[in-house]
Structures are given as C-alpha cells and as structure tokens.
Design a protein around this ligand. Structure first.
Ligand code: NCD
Length: 434
C-alpha cells in the first residue's frame, strides 16, 4: 500500500486536475482534501475515509478505460514495466529525455513520490543491497555526482567514484568501449558525465548494464530535466496550477546549456505551453530544438533582452554561461542587465512565479547570473529543486534495476535523528512543499 499523500498526488496527476477541481470531482471540501494531502507526520494530517479512496480508485479505472477506447497504443504500452517502456534500444539505460512519453515520465514521478520518506530520512530501505554503482565523472560536478551516489546508498547500494581524466586509463589511450566494458564487469550500474556530446551513448553501446547520462557536453542532462519537471509539478500543485498552458521563461546560455535542452523537450510532452527564450544572440537555443518545440504546437518567443520577457512567467529558469564550452567565441551582448535579481523579479513577476536554476550559479555581485539577493524570497525554488534530486534519482535507479515495486514494502523507520529542516532558512518555506 502506498501512502495516502502519494496516492492522491498521483491521482491528481493522472486526471490532470488541480486540488480545487479534484475536490469537486470527488465531492469533498478542498480543506478536507488539503489535510489528506499532508505528510502523516504533520499535526494537521487527517486520514481519508475508505469510501473516498474507493471512489478515487473507481474514477482512475474509468479514466484509464476511456484511454483504452481512444488511445489503444498508449494503454497497451502502459502494461509493460516502466524500464521497458523508457528503455534505450532494448536496454535499461537513460540517455535522453526523448525516451519518455508524458505517461512514462509521470509514472517515474510517482515512484519519486514513493521515495520521499527515504529522501527525508524518515525511512530507510535496502532494496539495492549488494549492488554497486560506478560514478564516472570526466567533467566537474558537485550535485549530480553526489546526489546520484547518495541516492544509490540510500537504497542500500555502494558507490565507486572516479573523477577527471587524470587518474583514468583513458590518458593511456584506452577507448570508451574498453573502459565501459571493463567497468561493467565490476559494477551493476554506471552514471557517466563526459565533455563530448554523444560520448555517454558510446559507453552505453559497450554494455548491457544500466547507464545513465549525467551530462554529455552540450547534449543532454536527462536526470536534471526530470527533477526540474518534478519540481515544477510540485510547486504548481501547491499553487493550484497545471503544466498544460504554462508560461516558461528560460534565460542565459541556451546554446550550450544541456539542462535547458533536456528540460524544454520534456516540457513539450505537455500541451499548449508558451516558451520565452532569452539569450544573447550568440547563445540562442539550437534551431533543431526550436523546430521540434514549435512543431509540437507550443508558442516559442525569442528575445535578446530580459526587459518585458519575464512578464506573466509561471517559471523563470535561469542558467549559467557555459564558458568551458566556448572555443574562441566572445560573449557578445551579455550585459549585466541579464542578472536575475530581486528588483527585476519584483518589477515583472507576481507571487505565483517560481524561480529555478540547475546550479551552480555565479553568485558574485556583478555576475550575469541568478543573484543571491533572492535567497529569502519563497519564489526561489533552487534548494527545493536540489533536494528533489534525491527522490528522482532513487526512482531512476529503482526503475532501471527493476525493483520499483518493492520500495514501499522495504521501508523501515530510520534509526537516527536528523533535523526537520536541513537548511537554516528552510523553516520559512515549511508547508510550501507539502
Ligand atoms: C549543470 C550541468 O552540469 O549541466 N549542473 C548540474 O548538473 N546541476 C549546469 C551547469 O553546469 O551550469
């Protein structure tokens, strides 16, 4: 049995309803629904009556049946395990967000919801006991490497790490194929980050074990996009908004930023979005991505200045200039007024706007990046975003290793104590994230 909060969140996601419409649909007061949606540890939490959960289940079954009549392919695919549905060339590997449909990414987010008590250190699980992960990072990383490692450990597995080329046999001329095949004999899964686009695919071709793309040059960063989508979905659920029809503003280095390449494609699985893409002329979103997004029926507006572009934004997604990917190009037109700061957000956005960034950000005062003066503004979701990296990456591992259905039964209470809020400022957001 999954917990009540996970069950209700998932039902709303499947029915594509915000709390207001969902409470109407099941014939209860929104205030009652809100108490059922709280974590069990909250003082305001109430258990939902059995009759309501039966009714919600009936609605879900009816909804699934209506898909059978209208979209046979869609429902036939949902019968297969998630790792088969999202697999890459028949292998349980995650290389690109192109492997997802809206249904499969929402299924993965449901597994992330199930992982929340473990991510919050209330529960422990050993479903990956005995499994070993190799984290191969040939490029700088803090969040991605450590959160993948921590996610694997929290499910009971162990992690081997290598960082950079210096201490790898690749400096002796060893090929990607040999490296990947050799390490596959030692471990059960690989997370690879590499400065060249397509290099992680090469690692994946040389092995049958799960490989996850932790960022391949300016290519893709699928796990980041999934945790970004998960964050957007959770923030919207709190604000009573749906992803369909949302206005998403992306700012910064849209040419080399792999996080925005993956995120825009993942968001495009939803309907009628408006994207405002703000970048200096030399750092615009690659044309092949733009064509695809417009072809999917979304509105795309491009701008080279921040002024005006932020108006009406539901999400402002800021990014860092990827200087390490520049050959000799100068960054033209990237004036300090590209900085996303408190004054700019106050002048252009309302209380329902969410500000995100994949991090790291250049926090120095004159940097053209996300300013630190927004740190106390509840609209800034960057640390809720990084926290979401753990349940999402646990969900990815559990799915690719085929144990996603065992998580719920495997949980035991954590035997140690940890603070209720991990960050000194998190208490002020208490309740925002349910
Ligand atoms: C990003 C990356 O490496 O692509 N960081 C991350 O994984 N969260 C963004 C960046 O480096 O700017």
């Amino acid at each position: 049995m999954i917990d009540q909060q996970t069950f209700l969140r998932d039902a709303m996601r499947r029915l594509n309803l915000i709390r207001e419409n969902f409470s109407e649909r099941i014939g209860v007061h929104k205030r009652a629904l809100d108490t059922w949606l709280l974590p069990e540890t909250s003082g305001e939490y109430r258990a939902m009556p059995d009759i309501v959960s039966k009714f919600v289940n009936e609605i879900l079954v009816k909804d699934a049946e209506s898909h059978v009549n209208t979209q046979t392919v869609y429902s036939a695919r949902s019968a297969a395990p998630l790792s088969t549905r999202i697999g890459h060339q028949g292998k349980p590997q995650l290389l690109s967000v192109d492997q997802f449909s809206r249904e499969s990414v929402e299924d993965l987010m449901r597994i992330a919801d199930v992982m929340q008590p473990i991510a919050r250190r209330q529960k422990v699980s050993r479903i990956l006991e005995g499994a070993v992960l190799a984290n191969l990072f040939f490029e700088a990383s803090t969040r991605t490497r450590i959160s993948f490692g921590a996610a694997f450990c929290r499910l009971g597995g162990s992690v081997c790490d290598t960082t950079g080329f210096t201490f790898s046999s690749m400096t002796k001329g060893e090929s990607v194929y040999d490296t990947s095949r050799v390490i596959s004999g030692y471990v059960d899964a690989l997370v690879v980050r590499h400065p060249e686009q397509g290099a992680v695919d090469e690692f994946a071709r040389a092995t049958n074990i799960p490989v996850i793309n932790g960022g391949d040059g300016p290519g893709e960063h699928p796990s980041q996009a999934i945790l970004d989508l998960y964050t957007i979905q959770r923030e919207f659920s709190r604000l009573g908004k749906l992803i369909d029809g949302a206005h998403i503003v992306m700012v910064g280095d849209l040419k080399y930023g792999r996080t925005v390449h993956s995120l825009i494609k993942l968001l495009a699985l939803y309907r009628r979005l408006k994207f405002t893409l703000i970048a200096p002329p030399t750092l615009e979103m690659p044309p092949y991505i733009l064509e695809r997004i417009s072809g999917d029926g979304h509105v795309v507006e491009q701008s080279t200045s921040l002024a005006g572009g932020l108006k009406g934004a539901d999400i402002v997604y800021a990014t860092r200039i990827q200087k390490e990917r520049f050959a000799d190009e100068a960054i033209e037109g990237y004036a300090p007024e590209f900085q996303i700061n408190q004054a700019l957000i106050d002048a252009n956005c309302d209380a329902g706007t969410i500000v995100m960034h994949p991090l790291p950000r250049d926090g120095r005062p004159a940097a053209n990046d996300l300013s630190t003066d927004l740190n106390y503004d509840p609209r800034l979701a960057i640390f809720r975003q990084t926290d979401n990296g753990i349940p999402v990456r646990m969900a990815i591992f559990a799915t690719l290793l085929g144990v996603e259905n065992q998580v719920q039964h495997s949980m035991r209470d954590a035997g140690w104590r940890s603070p209720s809020h991990v960050g000194p400022d998190d208490a002020m957001f208490d309740g925002l994230d349910g």
